[in-house]
Each structure stands twice: as structure tokens, then as C-alpha cells.
Design a protein. Structure first.
Length: 194
């Protein structure tokens, strides 16, 4: 019975955070703006670059895959990449420059003006994401933070989709939900179905 109570309480807490997202008009407007900006970038021949650490690395890869492969329906692939997938690059940068430069070095090499960089950090303070945001800003990329309700990223990214919570698992659950919404809307914007 204790296990069942824990399960129900966890689900209820997760729902409550999503309810806060649902009632946060400013956050929902920000998501809508992100969709518009990403749609414009992709229509202009630019790409979406994503990065994060741990579970957020998995989210970056997940979202990139939805763009490149498909989301709700079959259509041409959209250019997106996660900076968390090439172990040779990751270990070379980590060894030669340090973990803090893991994503900024890749942005320096691969990012172009007009591209979009989405940095995912539940704390808002992951040093390698902060460094990547700064590098992307200096190169003329649109920088988007996907974060919780605090951290340095709030002041550094051009736009932040900040989940109104500070608990990592609940933030991550909302991040992937927003990632799915963004993928779905961009897919619909660029390849509308008859």
C-alpha cells in the first residue's frame, strides 16, 4: 500500500507542475515565440542545435531525432543535431580543453549566424551550457534556454522557457513535453497536411 501511495503522489506532483505550466501565460507565449523563431530559422536554411548533460543530454538527442526523422507524420527531415552524440569529439574536447568547453567548442566549429541553439539545464547553471550560450550569442545564433525557475541562463539566453519549479525530474518531464509541442508545431508549420 505504501508503494501505491508513493506512485500516486509522484504522478499528482508531476501533474501539478504541468498545471502550473498550463496556467503560465507568459511561458506559453514564449513557447509560441520559440516555435515561430525556429520555424523561420529552418525555412531560411538554418539548423537547430541542442545540448544538455545527463537526462538533458538524452532530451537533446530525443528532440533532435524528432526533427530529423519525423514526429506525427511522414515528411522531409529537418536539420537538427545534438552535441552529445559523438564520443570522439566529446572525449577530445574533454581531454584537450576540459568538460566546461564541451559544447562551446562545438558551437564555435559548427554554429552559424541564424542557427538556433537550445541549451537544456534543469539547474540553469551547467557551466558547459552557459559557455555554449555565450559562444552562440557571440556568433549570432538565437539562444534558447530550457531550464527550471532559476540560474544564470535566465540572464544569458535570448529566450528562456523556464519551468516554474526547482525539482529536476519534474522539470525534465516538462522539458520533453515542451520539446514535443515545439516539434509538432514546427512540423505542422513547415509541412502542413492537406
Amino acid at each position: 500500500m505504501e508503494n501505491m501511495s508513493y506512485i500516486k503522489n509522484y504522478i499528482q506532483s508531476s501533474i501539478e507542475v504541468k498545471q502550473k505550466v498550463l496556467s503560465d501565460a507568459a511561458l506559453l507565449s514564449t513557447v509560441e515565440m520559440v516555435v515561430d523563431k525556429c520555424t523561420q530559422a529552418l525555412k531560411s536554411g538554418n539548423k537547430i542545435i541542442l545540448a544538455g548533460n545527463g537526462g538533458s543530454a538524452a532530451d537533446a538527442q530525443h528532440i533532435a531525432a524528432e526533427f530529423v526523422s519525423r514526429f506525427f507524420y511522414d515528411r522531409p527531415g529537418l536539420p537538427a543535431m545534438a552535441l552529445t552524440t559523438d564520443t570522439s569529439i566529446i572525449t577530445a574536447i574533454g581531454n584537450d580543453y576540459g568538460y566546461d568547453k564541451l559544447f562551446s567548442r562545438q558551437i564555435q566549429a559548427l554554429g552559424n549566424p541564424g542557427d538556433v541553439f537550445i541549451g537544456i539545464t534543469t539547474s540553469g547553471n551547467s557551466v558547459n551550457i552557459i559557455n555554449a550560450i555565450e559562444e552562440a550569442n557571440s556568433k549570432g545564433l538565437l539562444t534558447i534556454g530550457l531550464c527550471g525557475n532559476k540560474g544564470k541562463i535566465l540572464d544569458l539566453a535570448n529566450v528562456c522557457m523556464a519551468i516554474p519549479n526547482s525539482i529536476t525530474p519534474y522539470i525534465q518531464e516538462c522539458h520533453i513535453m515542451l520539446g514535443h509541442i515545439i516539434c509538432a508545431m514546427i512540423e505542422r508549420n513547415i509541412f502542413p497536411q492537406e
